[in-house]
Design a protein around this ligand. Structure first.
Ligand SMILES: Cc1ncc(COP(=O)(O)O)c(C=O)c1O
Length: 367
């Protein structure tokens, strides 16, 4: 059939494009940006030094295989180098899996109130995203297993989850894996795992070492503070990693990104300091919200670097009103109607000073 004009595939036009956390205030003033779950303390100073040191080398293509970075990741996480693949953020790798394993008409399961990339990734491949109901903002293993259909090829689990901050433990993840058919890939997205003390808080890495259908993704965008450089990685069975290597972009990470990530992962002391500082500020923020419980605000207990705050449906403390009140005080937070949470805000944990500003703003708005 001759078409009158270029026509996109219908499964592509069904995509609701990703909306990043806002970075600017209408006034043009420099905001306190707590809308994108970035590390407010930034990367390790060693990483910044390496970015500077590599400025002279950017006319050369980077190492597309990220050999040295993969070696460092392998040592820190006790993994096989050949079973690690690096990508342009973990986003790239999360998005490639359905292109490899799904055909139009297949399905992909994710948890309701989850990361916006999963339905986009499914639709890019012509697959149908299926949202499994959660339970009080927490993934529910039974509900995920009930949502899986015969045509399901991939189950995504962000753990801790974005935007809820909740997570499920090792026993539940194991149960989820055991309940899946061997041809369904369980993708455990550990973007926020470094915010917990256990190096493998949900047992995902242990499963990825042994199971034939488990992939774990990680990122340098969160605790490592390198979101602007786009560095992520995945590990899993050799066969799946081989397919990812076949279709990933040839040079996924820029020279300075590789250099910075290599330095960042070598500085685990910085990671520990950021984890502890995040824990302290998250506790302060959570307590301040809890103290406003009589006004209808609630902080969902978080294991990550952000807190989901639920709000009354209407009135001066409705989510949209608080978002506007925060903005008028120079603070950007994330309102979540696109994730089915019009009554909630996601507030990234900031520095001590930023957290104090958020708490003051909340108390003023609730007064
Ligand atoms: C759950 C989850 N996975 C993955 C990512 C993307 O990370 P990257 O910057 O590595 O693409 C994010 C970023 O917000 C996230 O929240």
């Amino acid at each position: 059939m001759i078409r009158p004009k270029p026509t996109p595939n219908p499964w592509i036009t069904a995509i609701r494009a990703y909306e990043p956390g806002r970075s600017r205030l209408g006034s043009g003033a420099v905001p306190i940006k707590l809308s994108a779950n970035e590390n407010p303390w930034g990367p390790s100073p060693a990483a910044i030094e390496m970015i500077r040191a590599h400025a002279h080398a950017v006319h050369r293509y980077p190492d597309g295989a990220a050999e040295r970075l993969r070696q460092r990741i392998a040592v820190v996480h006790r993994l096989e180098v050949d079973r690690i693949v690096c990508g342009t953020g973990s986003d790239e790798l999360l998005q490639l899996l359905p292109l490899i394993y799904c055909r139009p008409g297949d399905s992909v399961v994710h948890v309701r109130h989850g990361f916006m990339v999963y339905p986009i990734a499914a639709r890019r491949a012509g697959a149908e995203p299926l949202a499994a109901p959660d339970r009080d903002y927490r993934a529910d293993v039974e509900s995920i297993l009930l949502t899986v259909r015969d045509d399901t090829r991939i189950v995504y689990l962000a753990n801790p989850n974005n935007p809820t901050g909740t997570m499920i433990g090792k026993g539940e993840v194991k149960r989820l894996h055991q309940g899946l058919r061997p041809d369904v890939i369980l993708v455990i997205d550990q973007a926020y795992a470094e915010y917990l003390d256990d190096p493998d808080p949900d047992g995902g890495l242990a499963l990825a070492r042994t199971a034939a259908n488990v992939v774990v993704t990680r990122t340098f965008s969160k605790i490592y503070g390198l979101g602007g450089l786009r560095v992520g990685w995945a590990t899993g069975p050799a066969e799946i990693i081989r397919e990812l290597n076949r279709v990933r972009t040839p040079f996924p990470i820029a020279t300075v990104g590789l250099a910075a990530a290599e330095a960042a992962i070598a500085d685990q002391e910085w990671v520990v300091r950021c984890r502890e500082a995040n824990r302290a500020e998250r506790a302060r923020l959570t307590e301040a919200i809890a103290a406003l419980g009589n006004k209808g605000l609630r902080a969902v207990p978080s294991d990550a670097n952000f807190v989901l705050m639920t709000c009354p449906e209407e009135g001066p403390l409705a989510a949209e009103a608080i978002k506007a009140g925060m903005e008028s005080r120079g603070i950007l937070v994330r309102w979540l109607p696109a994730q089915g949470l019009p009554h909630a805000l996601r507030i990234t944990v900031g520095t001590e000073e930023e957290t104090s500003r958020v708490i003051d703003a909340l108390n003023q708005l609730a007064a």
